[in-house]
Design a protein around this ligand. Structure first.
Ligand code: FAD
Ligand code: FES
Ligand code: MG
Length: 275
């Protein structure tokens, strides 16, 4: 569980995104696109889920890309090359169903771009025509655009402030693409408002849409119920039933409320730790 490499991908305003390569040969040998790990930085710390973005079977390593948003991701950001994680478990969750769909669109927003990267690679390898739409607040916060350009048939970029690509939102491009051509699958990962808007657009066009949900997780093995989400008329546990679900069936309002439920306490702890 040693950190083999660490690289800051972007640091701008209050956002820092870091790529971390961790020695984990058993996880590397099993992990598939769409799956995640859960790690603990310190013994008395919390567990947090992070997507397995890449793996290197020769080195026995996995790559994680993490945006520092609160206590645990900031503590993780302080670890250096050569340091050990306290605990790491995985791979967890169901892998993405990779097959030949035909023409697919992957939509990634913010650090969600890291999560669509392995799926884009696998879908391309499976013979799909892969179109990628990336969204970031501003150019300096965009990650993996060069890497995705090497994989995808076409990459569209949007920034909220127009500093790179088209000014606006990923859904603006998505709507235009769906007007002009027929697509067989849309796969989206990013902030909840983005995923819910993508879902609204594709529902109108009746296009199968998969989202990977960032529900709050505690044990991540189906025991605590912390990650429950409402999908259709059923309660699902994101960690063992997901993390991917049919976007058109997700109760977005409920998910949006649940992910912010501990925010005040988390901010208080960050202040105590002076982070
Ligand atoms: P906090 O201040 O505790 O929380 C900030 C926000 O992060 C919360 O509002 C909540 O939305 C979310 N969060 C907090 N604790 C958890 C938790 N235990 N489980 C899930 N979400 C939580 N982030 C990345 O940067 N890169 C990834 O590849 C990535 N992959 C993920 C894959 C899955 C399946 C899930 C569920 C989440 C993923 N996340 C990823 C989100 C990441 O887990 C949270 O950003 C992290 O847990 C925040 O912890 P914190 O203590 O730093 O921040
Ligand atoms: Fe506990 Fe999913 S995190 S059931
Ligand atoms: Mg936390």
């Amino acid at each position: 569980m040693k950190i083999l490499n660490k690289e800051v991908l972007t640091q701008f305003q209050n956002v820092k995104v870091t790529k971390i390569e961790v020695l984990a040969p058993l996880i590397a040998s099993k992990a598939k696109p769409g799956q995640f790990i859960v790690l603990m930085v310190v013994e008395k710390g919390e567990r947090i889920p992070l997507t397995v973005v890449d793996k290197d079977l020769e080195k026995g390593s996995i790559t994680l890309i993490v945006q520092e948003v609160g206590l645990t991701t900031k503590l993780l950001g302080k670890l250096k090359k050569g340091d050990d994680l306290y605990a790491l478990v995985g791979p967890l969750g169901n892998a993405t169903e990779i097959k030949q769909y035909g023409k697919v669109i992957l939509v990634g927003g913010g650090v969600g771009i890291a999560e669509i990267y392995p799926v884009a690679k696998a879908l391309k390898d499976a013979g799909n025509h892969v179109v990628v739409i990336l969204g970031a607040r501003t150019k300096k916060l965009l990650i993996l655009d060069e890497e995705l350009k090497k994989i995808a048939d076409k990459v569209y970029i949007t920034t909220d402030d127009g500093s790179y690509g088209q000014k606006g939102f990923t859904t603006d491009i998505l709507k235009n693409l769906l007007k002009d051509s027929k697509f067989d699958l849309v796969y989206a990962v990013g902030p909840i408002p983005m995923m819910s808007k993508v879902s609204g657009v594709t529902k109108e066009e009746s296009i199968k849409t998969i989202v990977s949900l960032n529900a709050l997780m505690v044990d991540a093995t189906g025991m605590c119920g912390g990650c429950r989400v409402s999908v259709g008329n059923e309660t699902k546990f994101t960690c063992v039933d997901g993390p991917e679900f049919d976007a058109h069936l997700v109760n977005w309002n409920e998910l949006g409320k649940r992910v912010n439920v501990y925010n005040d306490k988390e901010k208080h702890i960050c202040r105590l730790y002076k982070l």
